[in-house]
Write a new protein. Structure first.
Length: 302
């Protein structure tokens, strides 16, 4: 699940940083806290109707970010599977709550299953909607006082297998393999590992360079734009060094107001190629797929 959440653009927002001592304390909750367990199973349409337009979205991932640095809740994101909310990730403000108060809140509403020290996302205290954990349909993981993850155990997305033949795919070859190509031709080779998401298709890669590629087509069925999701272990410096060897120059363009990450415009003057990059995400556009009378594109190019 961690990998899927990263592919939907959430890993950097929801890293768990536990700041608390051990043990649930049998105290009555005294805090007001947003409990998102009721949104699990909610249809996408109803979720958007209730929470409005997301700050950012990618595929089946929808994030709502709070601009107020002092807000108790910094962000909440929803992952959708089969048109229903299957996971919710809640990021809390630094020291906005005491961890023991959060645990007491959930212990008053759900069954406490104790501490999970083997979680790949960090130490968590678990809660569910059944006295027996194996019979629960909802699982809530509390990571210190930094974040809470709600999971619908009846609707867990299947993680796609890495595409055969693409385990050694480099970012450079990914663009030449997919951008500007017919999606029908791509499906002939990769249909079994392609996952349909809102607005396009995703192919899991999972190597030292890339986690996945996301493809978007135009009306003619040509991949007009694509997004590369770079390996989460790579830093901006690694990406810049990789493309520097390919003749690209990385020009800083300021900080993204939504994510707080530095953005870059990569340009290769020899080939005329360019793309934008921020926070392990690269976005590429096929200039041959852009209509000549597209005013928005002309404005972007000026």
């Amino acid at each position: 699940m961690k990998k899927i959440l990263f592919l939907m653009l959430a890993a950097v927002l929801f890293a768990a940083c536990s700041k608390d001592d051990d043990g649930d304390k049998p105290v009555t909750p005294t805090i007001e806290f947003n409990n998102y367990s009721s949104t699990l199973g909610m249809s996408l349409r109803n979720m958007l109707s209730k929470y409005g337009e997301p700050t950012m979205s990618f595929g089946t991932y929808y994030a709502y970010l709070n601009d107020d640095e002092n807000a108790k809740e910094q962000a909440v994101s929803f992952v959708v599977n089969q048109d229903k909310v299957c996971e919710v990730m809640q990021v809390l403000g630094e020291d906005a709550y005491k961890a023991e108060d959060i645990r007491a809140f959930f212990a008053s509403k759900f069954t406490a299953y104790g501490k999970d020290s083997e979680s790949e996302d960090g130490e968590a205290y678990l809660y569910g909607n059944n006295e027996k954990k194996e019979k629960a349909t909802i699982l809530i993981a509390v990571y210190g006082n930094s974040s809470v993850v709600y999971t619908d155990l009846t609707n867990i997305p299947e993680e796609p297998e890495p595409a055969e033949g693409l385990t050694d795919l480099t970012p450079e070859n990914a663009v030449s393999t997919f951008l500007g190509k017919s999606i029908a031709d791509i499906k002939k080779d990769f249909e079994e590992v392609m996952v349909a998401v809102d607005g396009g298709s995703m192919i899991n890669v999972d190597n030292d360079y890339l986690m996945a590629v996301f493809l978007e087509t135009n009306d003619e069925g040509i991949v007009a734009s694509m997004t590369l999701l770079y390996n989460e272990d790579l830093a901006d410096e690694d990406i810049i060094a990789y493309y520097d060897e390919l003749g690209y120059t990385a020009m800083p363009c300021g900080v993204d107001e939504e994510t707080g990450a530095e953005t870059y415009l990569f340009m290769n003057m020899a080939t005329g190629s360019m793309f934008t990059y921020s926070d392990c995400i690269g976005r590429f556009i096929d200039p041959n797929s852009v209509p000549e009378d597209d005013e928005d594109w002309d404005e972007d190019e000026d």
